[in-house]
Design a binder for this molecule. Structure first.
Ligand SMILES: C[S@@+](CC[C@H](N)C(=O)[O-])C[C@H]1O[C@@H](n2cnc3c(N)ncnc32)[C@H](O)[C@@H]1O
Length: 526
């Protein structure tokens, strides 16, 4: 039920939950606790009554899986408009049904709200970069990042250029972290379905303490090939059979492999399981077992060259250990990334980090209205329990702090949520930027781009900013502790609040005709 899972989890519009939500929704149906939450957080309940939200799809950039907007229009029988400035995205009528189209079944299109796409564009991912996605599942943004990293979205099979071609094939990586194994399984399925798994690895871990830096062996492997003509020659001769080389690189030896859905599997030449879907993927290559084994041996040699050659420290879930100690086992990774030695030096921090933080999901109309059909009790249990609300800010702060820690100096961090609550958005960003004392700064976002009207950001809470800036406190006549700075400090604080409000970006269904979304773009200075 991969596509169901994808739709159920993917943030998007009301209509994206095909068949899951009630068309007769009334504000009176919202449970009292949720109404109270909305009031406390100054969120207008009218966002849940917007019925004319368009739907968005992202077109797969893989040259083998392209589709033109015109062809998609024929399949859907509804108007398909490319979004100016974001050509990979198309706007459809909100009632468009994707699941039965051939384009959807083939993985040529991906249902994804535009606001989520803009969060990824804010990262400005460049080929060759190493990106960390904290809170990655179910993986809409992760798949988009993987596609941007590799342009074509997967390792090219035309290796006629020789061994050095390897340098070009894996040009960057994305590392996804999520605490939920169930959601990570969906993420893995999406990567495979869209043939993006070669540059991605997933870890099941707490994003507040995750410590594995970006893959450290890839450059060494490339360098060895460049420096070692015989290795390059050998790789070149092996590469005459493109699919074999591709397979040596991307075979993921995944013990959790869930091509599943009852597909038959059989042993492959290297003893791994391969589903019929995967066999289909390789069906055009007349595989030669000897060539494949030779290539695999070459790859293993290269891996040997770059592993165990260092006394550097590795980190295991936040605990420093020496040399060849335990590595963190990925939930999923292709072989070349699975065997990474996980070195831990400043040089291996990530270029870009997205923290799409766990939140109350109140901005996702699709998400909220699904509970009409599923029952509001589970919504209350999953999202509105007091314990959860009380601990949410700490979790969001912890995720952002850890994302910052793992980013290299000069790198970019995008913090986003699908909540419209100030406490989960502007307050978190204000607390973070104020507390960083110049080590992190907000970067501009394309507020008025793409013809989308953004919503006005909220002014961060005075006490949070004052506390983060270390302003003095006074106790008022009623015994309440108040922050009170000098006139200059007060003026600085006002200015800082303006700055946060100005630099962050909010979409809401009323203003933007997208799902509700918040994002901030942060540059790490040091
Ligand atoms: C808003 S969703 C992420 C959506 C995802 N980025 C996408 O584009 O498909 C938030 C995710 O945070 C995960 N999460 C919650 N607590 C976490 C933690 N402590 N560490 C890592 N992930 C966590 C949840 O399992 C959930 O998958």
């Amino acid at each position: 039920m991969e596509s169901d899972e994808e739709d159920n989890y993917t943030q998007g519009t009301y209509q994206q939950c095909e068949g899951a939500s009630s068309k007769t929704f009334s504000l009176n149906n919202l449970p009292a606790e949720f109404v109270a939450f909305l009031a406390k957080n100054e969120i207008d309940p009218a966002i849940y009554t917007v019925t004319d939200l368009p739907r968005y799809v992202r077109l797969n950039p893989d040259p083998h899986l392209t589709i033109t907007p015109e062809e998609l229009e024929k399949q859907l029988g509804t108007k398909v408009e490319p979004v100016p400035g974001l050509e990979a995205f198309c706007r459809l009528d909100g009632s468009a049904k994707l699941r039965n189209t051939q384009a959807y079944k083939d993985g040529r299109i991906f249902g994804m709200d535009l606001s989520s796409g803009i969060a990824v564009y804010a990262l400005d991912v460049q080929p060759g970069e190493h990106v960390l996605d904290i809170c990655c599942a179910p993986g809409a943004k992760l798949c988009m990042i993987a596609g941007l990293l590799t342009n074509s979205g997967h390792v090219r099979s035309d290796r006629s250029g020789g061994g050095n071609q390897l340098q070009m094939d894996i040009t960057g990586t994305v590392t996804g972290v999520d605490i939920s194994p169930h959601r990570l399984s969906t993420c893995r399925s999406l990567l495979k379905r869209h043939r993006l798994q070669q540059c991605a690895r997933l870890f099941q871990a707490d994003g507040t303490t995750f410590s594995v830096l970006r893959p450290s062996a890839i450059d060494t492997i490339r360098a060895r090939i460049m420096a070692n003509p015989s290795g390059a020659k050998k790789a070149a001769s092996d590469s005459q059979s493109g699919a074999q080389s591709k397979r040596a690189l991307d075979d993921d030896e995944d013990e959790h492999d869930d091509y599943g859905n009852g597909e038959s599997s059989q042993m492959t030449v290297d003893g791994g399981r391969e589903s019929s879907a995967r066999q289909q993927f390789h069906v055009n290559s007349l595989e030669n077992e000897t060539t494949f084994k030779r290539h695999k041996a070459a790859l293993d040699t290269l891996k040997g060259l770059c592993s165990g050659s260092t006394g550097e420290t590795t980190l295991f879930n936040g605990t420093e250990t020496n040399g060849s100690q335990e590595k963190v086992v990925p939930f999923f990774a292709p072989k070349i990334l699975r065997n990474d030695p996980q070195l831990h030096t400043e040089a291996f921090k990530y270029d870009k980090v997205i923290v799409d933080a766990e939140c109350t999901h109140d901005g996702s109309i699709a998400h909220i209205l699904k509970y009409e059909a599923w029952g509001w009790d589970s919504f209350h249990k999953n999202f509105m329990s007091q314990d959860r609300l009380d601990s949410l800010s700490d979790l969001q702060r912890g995720l952002l702090m850890n994302g910052f820690r793992l980013t290299k100096a000069g790198g970019i961090i995008v913090y986003s949520t699908c909540s419209l609550s100030r406490a989960q958005n502007e307050d978190i960003v204000a607390w973070f930027i104020a507390g960083m004392r110049g080590r992190a700064v907000l970067e501009p976002l394309p507020k008025h781009a793409l013809g989308i009207q953004t919503a006005t950001c909220k002014r961060p809470c005075r006490s949070i900013v004052a506390s983060a800036l270390g302003l003095p406190t006074v106790t008022d006549t009623s015994g309440q502790v108040q922050w009170q700075g000098t006139p200059q400090q007060e003026a600085d604080m006002e200015q800082f609040q303006d700055h946060i409000q100005e630099m962050c970006l909010r979409y809401d269904p009323l203003a933007s005709k997208t799902s509700g979304f918040f994002l901030a773009r942060i540059r790490k200075i040091a």
